[in-house]
Design a protein. Structure first.
Length: 320
């Protein structure tokens, strides 16, 4: 650039022209990328401007936490905070680029829209019994998709929806509770993801075992059966092919059997009162028919008939 200066004496009208060349250096041209929206709490999102040698970069971030990238001053990583923590859900990135040779500088600003993540919550969170089927759900938000996983059980239905059915396995050690986990990952219509887990306590079921005769005679009465008596547990007995003689709500029971051998069985339902976990144990019962003796021979005889005297005197049975 050429600059002309005229220096004159107004009194004499004499003048002289001075000339000087001026060099105008271009400003830096920073451009922050990417410019697309981000999910709140996104971790280590990379932002950058073009690298120019002999240049100093100064970054400022609002709405997130910045870390530098070693060896790359034109790059930063941002872990964004909550969208609700900044006005309008807008995060702000500023970069000032200074040319160390010319001293020229330029600062630019880039707004980043922060999208809220979904807020899934798993319910119910009550204890369950081993080997039972249970339903779990989270809120059904329009436009969201869901992915579930469980440990210690099997998802039997509902995957990809906001509600699943789970069949729990037996506890890890018989008679003791186990902790299992339900996890749901929700992706909302903006593509933001949040996963949560919920511990589920799986309680053991009782283990009643019926002790007593598996084979009885028809019309046998007061046949005794029992299962181990656990303090605090409750018991209910039912009979097919007979009747309970007395109480049906103890750990022991008396049964009067009938004569029909078809479909006869004995069942006990044991419940752990503290947890409500139950187990039903059944046992088939074989009913043996009674013998059917038939006496044959004369239905009348004379007092002096042979053998009668012996029968009367000794009480021995007459032989046919």
């Amino acid at each position: 650039m050429e600059v002309l200066q005229k220096d004159g004496n107004f009194a004499t009208n004499c003048s002289k022209i001075f000339q000087r060349d001026i060099t105008i250096f271009p400003l830096p041209t920073p451009a922050i990328t990417p410019t697309n929206a981000a999910c709140e709490e996104a971790i280590d999102v990379l932002y950058q401007t073009n690298f120019v040698a002999n240049t100093t970069y100064t970054w400022i971030v609002t709405g997130g936490t910045m870390t530098t990238v070693a060896g790359n001053p034109n790059q930063i990583k941002i872990t964004w905070g909550l969208a609700s923590a900044v006005a309008g859900g807008i995060g702000i990135i500023r970069v000032k680029e200074v040319n160390n040779v010319t001293g020229c500088e330029k600062e630019i600003t880039q707004n980043i829209q922060l999208y809220a993540k979904p807020t899934p919550s798993i319910s119910p969170i009550t204890d369950v019994c081993e080997l039972t089927n249970n339903t779990y759900q989270t809120g059904n938000t329009g436009g969201s998709t869901f992915f579930w996983s469980v440990t210690g059980g099997i998802i039997t239905g509902g995957q990809s929806t906001n509600q699943i059915n789970v069949s729990w396995n037996a506890t890890d050690v018989a008679g003791t509770l186990s902790t299992r986990v339900v996890t749901v990952r929700e992706t909302n219509f903006n593509g933001c993801i949040k996963a949560i887990t919920q511990n589920i306590i799986v309680q053991p079921r009782p283990a009643p075992a019926i002790v007593g005769s598996a084979e009885v005679c028809a019309l046998q009465t007061a046949t005794s059966y029992q299962t181990a008596n656990v303090a605090g547990n409750t018991y209910v007995w039912t009979v097919a092919g007979g009747t309970v003689a007395g109480s049906a709500t103890n750990s022991t029971v008396l049964v009067d059997w009938g004569s029909n051998p078809i479909g006869t069985s004995l069942q006990v339902i044991e419940t752990i009162s503290a947890t409500g976990c139950i187990k039903v144990t059944s046992r088939p019962i074989i009913i043996r028919a009674l013998p059917t003796p038939v006496i044959t021979g004369d239905i009348a005889a004379c007092a002096s008939s042979a053998g009668i005297d012996d029968l009367l005197s000794t009480g021995r049975s007459a032989q046919s």
